[in-house]
Design a protein around this ligand. Sequence first.
Ligand code: NAI
Ligand code: MG
Length: 353
Amino acid sequence: HGTPDHRIALIPGDGIGTEVIPAARRVLDAVAVRHRLSLTYDTFDWSCARYLRDGAMMPEDGLETLRGYDAILLGAVGSPEVPDHVSLWGLLIPIRRGFQQYVNLRPVRVFEGVPSPVRGAEPGAVDFVVVRENVEGEYGEIGGRLNRGLPGELAVQEAVFTRTGVSRIVDYAFTLAGRRGGTLTSATKSNGIIHTMPFWDEIVAEHAAGHPQVAWHQEHIDALAAKFVLDPARFDVVVASNLFGDILSDLAAAVAGSIGIAPAANLNPERVFPSMFEPVHGSAPDIAGRGIANPLGAIWSAAMMLDHLGHAAAATRITDAIAAALATTPVRTPDLGGSATTDAFTDTVISLL
Ligand code: NAI
Ligand code: MG
């Protein structure tokens, strides 16, 4: 082997997570042979199923266990029998925060062969990335509720923006825009949110001065959401706070045609900790167990993982095979209007690598 081993932690999770992760692994193995990569895997059953059995989504030393891996590939967690905040705060958020995965990267492409619900969103023309701040902002734990059940009941939730936190996400986004030879759009709302968002805008402007080759502008989140639908082709890199980025990236996934195809990376750019790669979709209990989940989001996430591990050519080989499968064959899963199984679509991608 020409490259050192990469040790990958697989966390399939619940529902269709347990169907799409094996599919992604099959694609990884096929690419590894062709690019002489050595990938080894350990699979962890951390999930809502484990929570129902053992009372916790993951063991107490779960983060210590994961720390030794080069990357984490996660399916989805969530079960109708477990409140969603348990699955989120019991596994995903501890990993994202504990490993300082402060970049949530979500590429969006309209593929030939997957019609967008948005008129005029042409294949090739829509190809952008949402860079979401992933560890602070609006999703804080500071706040509380008072006078529960009384007429004077109230709830307060603080948004926390730090200079360090905003600077590093904005810097990442400018650097990415520079590397792509593209433009940067900053999502803001400094007309209505009068403390945190002007602070965000100031830091964006400071960083713009350090990246004179990158054209940029800022846009209020409400107008920006409308433009995602009206003119998605104009975007290249979009940087946003945790909440704005969460909403924009789901909207963008819908513009691209299906939640089942959207990938995401949770990156620790300094590589002090492993990064985590996961499809955007959830555990889809409505179709779980039938072998018809679209594995594309998980496969594309695996490609992002290879890219992060330094294997850009292998990653592109996967995304090219995905694009070819959609453009040149009728094989697709039911969410994209086809009748193929998860395995059949995965076989098609592998045959086109
Ligand atoms: P979901 O993404 O699981 O499903 C939404 C709809 O899209 C469903 O109709 C589903 O069948 C369809 N869908 C999703 N992925 C698909 C795929 N790969 N192929 C074909 N169809 C697909 O979102 P939902 O229903 O809101 O949540 C279900 C559970 O998943 C909840 O417990 C939720 O908390 C959890 N969830 C977990 C996430 C994660 O682990 N990162 C993210 C989103 C939701
Ligand atoms: Mg979301």
